[in-house]
Design a protein around this ligand. Structure first.
Ligand code: ATP
Length: 220
């Protein structure tokens, strides 16, 4: 099968304490996968391990067929893999557009303008406040900007860590719409949530994580 991400038997320990145990998870190309688990189950740790931000050991870890087991975060960005952390801090004194462009400056991508215009098409409201400083935005608006920023590099695979957490209902609906459209653009997505509230209508495959152990939902 054509897999955007394929992980077999991934283990992560922090301070010698095993946090993730024998985790296997795969994301088919162009599909959206949910990672559901309570607080402290290990969702963030798994995303950070995939992004090369934490040391991990895996029997197999590939993205689009390429080994990413020991790949530095900036290399993953160059491969079109991106991460929206739960704590999506923007730089308050920079404008919205400058914040969105930050990863592109840091990583050098060729079609920056085109990619920026694409994020604006996806989220026209962000284009409307592109010249405002990030500190002038509401929390919900900041979430959209952080998603736009992650989408600059995430041309193939994007990891969204609890994007709906702490977001008011109106904005949750808007975020659901935007995230739901990512597949139309060929993106593969991992979306984490503490329960199925928002992801159930969005995703193709569900993985559940409990105390560092992951299992796939098997359809009845
Ligand atoms: P949350 O939504 O609360 O962030 P989560 O599912 O993302 O939940 P993780 O943040 O991945 O969970 O945490 C998984 C486990 O690893 C928790 O028991 C947590 O206490 C532990 N853990 C994570 N980071 C560290 C760290 N730097 N030092 C010690 N323990 C950690």
């Amino acid at each position: 099968m054509n897999l955007a991400l394929d992980i077999q038997s991934l283990n992560v320990s922090i301070d010698k304490i095993p946090i993730l145990r024998d985790v296997s998870i795969s994301v088919p190309k162009g599909k959206m996968v949910a990672l559901i688990g309570r607080n402290g189950a290990g969702k963030t740790t798994l995303m950070r391990a995939i992004m090369g931000l934490l040391p991990s050991k895996a029997a197999h870890m590939t993205a689009d067929g390429q080994n990413i087991g020991k790949t530095a975060p900036h290399r993953l960005a160059a491969m079109g893999i991106s991460y929206l952390p739960e704590d999506r801090r923007l730089i308050p004194s920079l404008t919205v557009e400058e914040n969105i462009l930050m990863p592109a400056w840091a990583n050098h991508i060729e079609d920056t303008r085109k990619r920026l215009e694409w994020t604006y098409e996806l989220m026209p409201e962000v284009a409307q406040f592109r010249s405002r400083r990030a500190l002038q935005l509401s929390g919900g608006q900041q979430k959209l900007v952080a998603l736009a920023r992650a989408l600059m590099m995430g041309q193939k695979l994007i990891l969204l860590d609890e994007p709906f957490e702490g977001v008011a209902p109106v904005l949750s609906r808007r975020l659901t719409e935007v995230i739901g459209r990512l597949r139309e653009h060929g993106l593969s997505v991992i979306l984490s949530e503490s329960d199925d509230t928002h992801s159930s209508d969005l995703v193709d495959v569900v993985f559940r994580i409990e105390r560092g152990v992951v299992r796939a939902d098997v359809e009845a």
